[in-house]
Design a protein around this ligand. Sequence first.
Ligand SMILES: [Zn+2]
Length: 263
Amino acid sequence: MATKYDEAAYLNDDNNYESLKLSEAIEYIKRDEKHYQQKYHGRLYCPECHRPQIGIVNRNNNYFFRGYRNAVHETECNYGFETVKSDTLQEFALEKENRAFLNKKLQRFVNRFLNRANNHIHNLLLQVDNNRCIRSDVDHIDINNRRNIRRIPTKSITAPFDNDDFDCYMLFYGIVDVLYSKIEKAKVPFYKLTFFKCGTDYKLCSLNFYENVAMYVQNEYQLNIGQKLSNMCVAFFSVMEKENDKYLNARLKHSELLCIASE
Ligand SMILES: [Zn+2]
């Protein structure tokens, strides 16, 4: 399958790579497509290893960065590996003894996203044996031998969603404004984190959970009901569902499968 990206590396006129997020590319295209093509066409590469070229495609009135089939990445590039199957990853995440391991991955991912660390390049790789993920960090030898290594799929919540981004267990992330609320009028009251495009009232998606998870989430991140926090980096493991054919919502089963940090 062609690899999907939420970000590309743009080779500029000075022969340096600049990061171009999909959401930025889309804004650019909507403003001036001709200029976008002149500037970026044929100059976008894998965001991590900069080796294979990537392109932008228009699907269902949205744009997506796509790699070419059988593109060759540098040996240790995360994107050079197939993704873990949804059921395999979900099964792993729901086992109690694996959650601290995945929480560490979320924290590293957030730190890397916020540029606080750049030494966890293999953070998204997992060893998978007989459809079971293995709870240990992969090392260079395993990666070089390509020994059952798979990548955890990731999806930016600030970029548009494609049909195959739904109903699949993965790591969602983004820098967003966060509103914490409690929904009392449901049969079983639940809690909700609503994620907004920064500085706007534009709802991207939400994450729901019950009281037993809320207790831990509230304590960990000192959230108050009704409070909106600006520019937070969030990352969570879940499945995104499209409710009523438009509203995007995911469920959080355990507090350790979420990480929130201020930018
Ligand atoms: Zn690469």
